[in-house]
Design a protein around this ligand. Structure first.
Ligand SMILES: [Zn+2]
Length: 491
């Protein structure tokens, strides 16, 4: 069960707020009376509309392929004008054919529906296996609905295993088309722009991409495809700045060699790539943080520094992964859920320069917390550990950044100062160059001032032109379906 804001608690908060505010302007620890009054009187629809319109900063923890909605995948998989001329097939039946089991990590299980292949891979199949697949554009209505659902965590029984062991493997060739990924970057920029996000630092690579004939792209050519698409007018018109982090899959045998290659690649592409991340489930001990310390120390001997933001503490048991990850040189920690069980590292991070990228929806759906009463976010926020909200794989959660803010306010009763600190932190701790960062921060503060003035003058009437565009998460978990595109489409 999720805890909800209780009116009684809010009323007493308002009384305290009145005492606190006095004649002084609000600072740390103070609360803005107008915002407390708004929360006390707002229903979920008002709160969502307010938070959708609220200016936000950046999304620092965002996986390029996990951020794409199923409907976008379908459209790009079936539109050869948009996808670079590729034809795609998906598995709609299991024919008990001999084991085809190849993907970029060599881990695709055979018994998997909706495994996606491009035509060159399809042509290499046996006749028996070909009989299992169908062109994605030829799926009937029922198959299409199931295909769309196959790329999101939308069932009660789906959690960590479904996400880590099937979603990525199922995408297969679809995730290895650079034109689709470039197009998706722009769709993400457009969607995030609508909800007030102005910076995205997405995790994506440039290797293992396939041409229509199945041959490999050069990594530099893929980076150029991304650059060219980001320079087009529709991308620039979003007003969103996008940079990338290169991700290292941490638990595989070649991870040290991969890290060396990635480090040198990022060094040569610093206009697009601003950092390196390490991904992959942390309960696979082969990817433990200190494994990479010798390699990083070697690389740092002769290559100017590259910022690191690394997944750590996204795990159930207590351990020192966050501390060890700071030792690797990370200045941002992805998730940090189990940091709460490491007091020395918490003390190290209080009022410091290390930020924890908080992913509230991800942590719930992947069962790192059973309910939000267990989440350490409010403890970090309110003891001075820098935090920002981020979306992780929002395409697979069927959610957006506003949903993260909605959960944060509903479950943890954020004050105005706390709320706006999240966006500010996200920009201050971004890896973008200092000139762009200063411009993003100035823009954020100016947009916030205008938003606050408008709202305090006109209240919800000032937001009547705001049309939130949400997805399935808040409908499913909070019964707020009015703005949910997925819910509307399925009605
Ligand atoms: Zn992540």
């Amino acid at each position: 069960m999720n805890r909800r804001l209780k009116p009684g608690i809010l009323r007493s908060t308002i009384l305290c707020a009145g005492l606190l505010l006095g004649a002084a302007s609000p600072g740390a620890g103070a609360v803005e009376n107008w915002f407390e009054e708004f929360k006390a009187g707002a229903d979920d629809r008002d709160l969502y509309r307010f938070l959708y319109a609220l200016p936000k900063g950046g999304d620092l923890h965002n996986h390029m392929t996990g951020s794409n909605f199923s409907e976008w995948w379908y459209q790009l998989a079936t539109d050869r004008q948009l996808n670079g001329g590729y034809q795609y097939y998906t598995r709609v039946r299991i024919g008990n054919c001999a084991g085809y089991g190849r993907d970029m990590f060599g881990q695709t299980p055979y018994l998997m529906y909706f495994h996606n292949l491009q035509a060159s891979s399809y042509r290499a199949l046996s006749d028996c296996e070909k009989g299992e697949y169908k062109k994605i554009g030829a799926l009937d209505a029922e198959e299409k609905a199931a295909w769309l659902d196959s790329l999101r965590l939308d069932k009660k029984h789906e959690g960590r295993e479904e996400f880590f062991q099937t979603h990525w493997q199922r995408l297969a060739d679809l995730g290895q088309n650079p034109y689709i990924n470039a197009e998706m970057l722009v769709r993400n920029m457009q969607a995030f722009a609508r909800e007030g996000v102005r910076y995205i630092e997405t995790m994506g690579g440039t290797r293992f991409y396939k041409k229509p004939d199945g041959s490999a792209f050069e990594a530099d050519a893929v980076a150029d495809i991304f650059r060219d698409r980001l320079a087009e007018p529709d991308a620039r018109e979003t007003g969103v700045t996008l940079r990338m982090q290169y991700f290292l899959l941490r638990f595989i045998d070649s991870a040290e060699r991969d890290l060396e290659w990635i480090y040198r690649f990022v060094d040569r592409h610093r206009d697009l790539y601003v950092g390196i991340n390490m991904v992959g489930r942390e309960d696979n001990d082969k990817g433990y943080p200190l494994r990479f310390l010798p390699t990083l120390r070697k690389l740092r001997r002769d290559i100017p520094g590259i910022p690191l933001a690394i997944h750590a503490g996204e795990v159930d048991e207590p351990n020192h992964h966050v501390r060890d990850t700071l030792l690797l040189g990370a200045s941002r920690i992805g998730h940090g859920v189990n940091l709460i069980s490491d007091p020395d590292t918490m003390l190290l991070m209080r009022n410091g320069d290390y930020l924890v990228e908080i992913n509230l929806i991800s942590n719930l759906l992947l069962d790192y917390v059973d309910d939000y009463g267990e989440h350490p976010f409010p403890e970090y926020l309110r003891t001075g550990i820098p935090v920002a909200l981020s979306t992780d794989d929002r395409g697979m959660w069927d959610s957006n950044m506003t949903d993260e803010y909605f959960v944060a306010v509903k479950e943890f009763n954020l004050s105005w100062e706390e709320l706006i600190s999240l966006g500010r932190n996200s920009l201050q701790h971004s890896f973008v160059d200092s000139e762009t960062k200063a411009a993003l921060l100035g823009d954020y503060e100016a947009r916030l001032r205008r938003f606050e003035q408008r709202f305090r003058r006109r209240g919800m009437a000032g937001l009547s032109d705001v049309v939130p565009h949400s997805h399935g998460f808040t409908c499913e978990h909070y019964g707020l379906c009015e703005f949910s595109a997925t819910a509307v489409a399925s009605n």
